[in-house]
Ligand binder design. Structure first.
Ligand SMILES: Cc1ncc(COP(=O)(O)O)c(C=O)c1O
Length: 445
């Protein structure tokens, strides 16, 4: 039994506003991953009115349970978490901005260094991409070198997008196929050297070729399980070349541990970068690291007014404290595992082949069927009709309950049956109420 009555979702008000937005805002929205085209064009509700726990009320008044990317991974505790919001409201009442600094940034630095004993210092910013740009600047300043060996996605800034100057297919396996580096200075060409996750040899090749020029190795420590010995080989290459090892924990952090996923893997970087879950959705990001590396931030210029407001660090402190006190990672893993086995069971029952991957709190599946974009879109459309925001990726939140998962798994079983039957009769496209979804990020990390 599914939790909700089954009916095509009416999102007319939302669709009308999104049409207007596309004329006023290039791209319609600020984040590629939040474009309705990434889910089910013309069907997916583009806007929300209210979000609480795991529930969202869209602009048309539809009440939906979020079993998708849940604030794009930012709201690890759940929407409008009462404890984080209470702390934030207190901070607002006390004045969120002043000429003087907010003391909370010192408390947050203290807390992050306590959680990551290898680190000595922290800087703060407000988004993931800018925090990565800061980390790379520090690494380049520290080493007086310019080449970056990288793997995976790390934001929109010039240092990263310059990877596609040499060949605009460089990022295909790391981010989106065909990203154009228009507007990025040609002079950055050749600075970015891609390697593949779980392939230490490809990194070693870069290290050998660029030994004296390698400023940093930039990667997510894990999105799937690292192969035995891979991360220690990366650490060794960083040590041998003198490159700064930067772990991007923007999405992987706060899923398997309170703090970086690297805490569970036994490898220490020189810098780790956090955003998203750090503030449970309030804008805050952190660059933490060893003193010998972080102190170089003083030898270059890294400074911004918005990084000094009070809400970000206040939210981060409240999030970390609750995360640690309530053992949030255990819940995320248990919920994620239930979802992953729900997909596998639903697929088996319907006779569909899927591939399930990721760590349980950041899980995904891929349909192994022809016309996969349309199949994925049909899944989203059918789940919307049953009251769920869903795609082939699920980011677990502390607010997800077993009752949510029971209903969701039952709805998946139903929709997989419908998809199987549509595939057999070649009717997938005919069932869609809009075009197929655009391709999402393809991560190899
Ligand atoms: C691993 C990783 N790095 C960097 C970013 C960029 O962070 P933001 O969107 O906050 O700029 C993301 C966002 O998805 C990410 O997953």
């Amino acid at each position: 039994m599914t939790a909700n009555k089954i009916a095509p979702l009416n999102t007319a008000d939302g669709q009308a506003l999104y049409k207007k937005a596309q004329k006023l805002i290039p791209g319609g929205t600020q984040l590629l991953s939040k474009r309705p085209e990434m889910f089910a064009p013309g069907v997916w509700p583009p806007y929300y009115n209210k979000a609480k726990g795991a529930e969202v009320i869209d602009l048309d008044g539809n009440k939906l349970i979020d079993m998708s990317i849940c604030g794009v991974g930012a709201t690890v505790l759940g929407y409008a978490d009462a404890d984080v919001d209470r702390a934030v409201k207190t901070a607002i009442d006390a004045g969120s901005m002043a000429t003087l600094n907010c003391y909370e940034e010192v408390d947050l630095a203290d807390l992050l260094v306590e959680v990551h004993p290898w680190a000595d210092m922290a800087r703060f910013s407000r988004s993931g991409g800018e925090a990565m740009a800061i980390a790379v600047r520090i690494a380049r300043a520290r080493t007086d070198r310019q080449v970056i060996a990288f793997c995976g996605y790390h934001g929109w800034h010039d240092w990263y997008l310059s990877a596609n100057l040499a060949d605009d297919g460089t990022l295909d396996g790391h981010l989106l196929p065909g990203l154009k580096p228009r507007g990025v200075p040609q002079e950055l060409k050749g600075m970015m050297q891609p390697f593949h996750y779980n392939d230490a040899k490809s990194l070693k090749k870069i290290a050998t070729k660029h030994h004296e020029k390698l400023a940093a190795i930039v990667m997510e420590p894990a999105r799937n399980a690292p192969a035995p010995g891979f991360l220690s080989a990366v650490r060794q290459i960083a040590d041998e070349t003198g490159a700064v090892l930067i772990f991007d924990e923007i999405t992987a952090g706060f899923r398997l541990a309170t703090g970086g996923i690297h805490l569970t893997l036994g490898i220490e970087p020189d810098i780790a970068v956090f955003a998203k879950a750090l503030g449970n959705g309030y804008p805050v990001s952190a660059i933490i690291g060893r003193e010998r590396v972080m102190s170089t931030a003083q030898d270059t210029f890294i400074s911004s007014t918005a990084w000094t407001e009070r809400i970000g660090p206040t939210a981060a402190i409240a999030t970390i404290r609750k995360h640690r006190k309530e053992g949030v990672p255990d819940h995320l893993v248990r919920i994620g595992k239930r979802v992953m086995s729900g997909w596998a069971k639903a697929a088996k029952g319907a006779g569909i082949e899927i591939e399930v991957s990721g760590i349980p709190p950041l899980a995904q599946f891929a349909f192994k069927a022809p016309s996969t974009d349309n199949v994925r879109t049909l899944f989203t459309q059918l789940m919307l009709d049953r009251g769920y925001l869903a795609k082939n990726t699920f980011y677990a939140m502390y607010a997800h309950t077993d009752a949510h998962i029971d209903g969701y798994n039952a709805a998946c079983a139903e929709t997989f049956e419908i998809i199987a039957s549509a595939l057999r009769s070649n009717k997938v496209e005919g069932l869609l109420r809009g075009p197929g979804a655009h391709r999402s990020f393809q991560r190899l990390t």
